[in-house]
Design a protein around this ligand. Structure first.
Ligand code: ADP
Length: 188
């Protein structure tokens, strides 16, 4: 079972992905986490993406596609992958389909967390005050939301056409969202 958790920044994709890892043993592939790890490790790649990430813009397709390619190759025995924060552009989605085909597999479901963007702005303002993540500052968060609308939302028709898109209410409590996601995974 390979899933994409889809939705705007701060919709709760990471939280839900981590539960699926704990409960079902899937492997979470989060390009955001990979990029933050590269930065924390002080690698050349990490240094190259730092300013772009802090501004809220997307890093290049080439970089994130290469990260996913490496992660797929590093986990040949995974029972399933959860893609979280990837793909974010149509070019990334096309590259992902091609990579999975090469590995003899495919995306089974795209679970869209449906959220209210005004409430997201409030959620992130609170997270910024508590955790101080640089790209959660109100200016960068606006850029992230705009990147979602302009570059990522066009993926919805891409997956709709493939018959893979399933909507879940992302404003419900974490537990109910998890239950709704489990229901869509277990439904055939
Ligand atoms: P969010 O909380 O916005 O979902 P992520 O942790 O997924 O955050 O991503 C943080 C930042 O990392 C993004 O704003 C972007 O700069 C970069 N990034 C992560 N994934 C991608 C991707 N698939 N394509 C381009 N940039 C990405």
């Amino acid at each position: 079972m390979n899933l994409i958790l889809f939705g705007p920044p701060a919709a709760g994709k990471g939280t839900q992905a981590k539960r699926l890892v704990a409960e079902r043993g899937y492997v979470q592939l989060s390009t955001g986490d990979m990029l933050r790890a590269a930065r924390a490790g002080g690698s050349e790649l990490g240094n190259r993406v730092a300013a772009i990430m802090d501004s809220g813009s997307l890093v290049s397709d080439e970089i994130v596609i290469a990260l996913i390619e490496e992660a797929l190759a590093a986990n040949p025995k995974a029972g399933g992958f959860i893609f979280d924060g990837f793909p974010r552009t149509v070019a990334q989605a096309e590259a992902l389909d091609a990579m999975l085909t090469r590995h003899g597999t495919k995306i089974d479901r795209v679970i869209r967390l449906e959220v209210d963007s005004q409430k997201l702005i409030d959620r992130v303002a609170k997270r910024f005050a508590e955790e101080g993540r640089k790209d959660d500052n109100p200016e960068s968060f606006k850029v992230r939301l705009k990147a979602y609308t302009d570059q990522t939302a066009p993926l919805l028709p891409y997956y709709e056409k493939q018959g893979k898109l399933i909507g879940v209410d992302g404003m419900a409590e974490v537990e109910s969202v998890a239950r709704a996601i489990a229901g869509t995974i277990d439904a055939r």
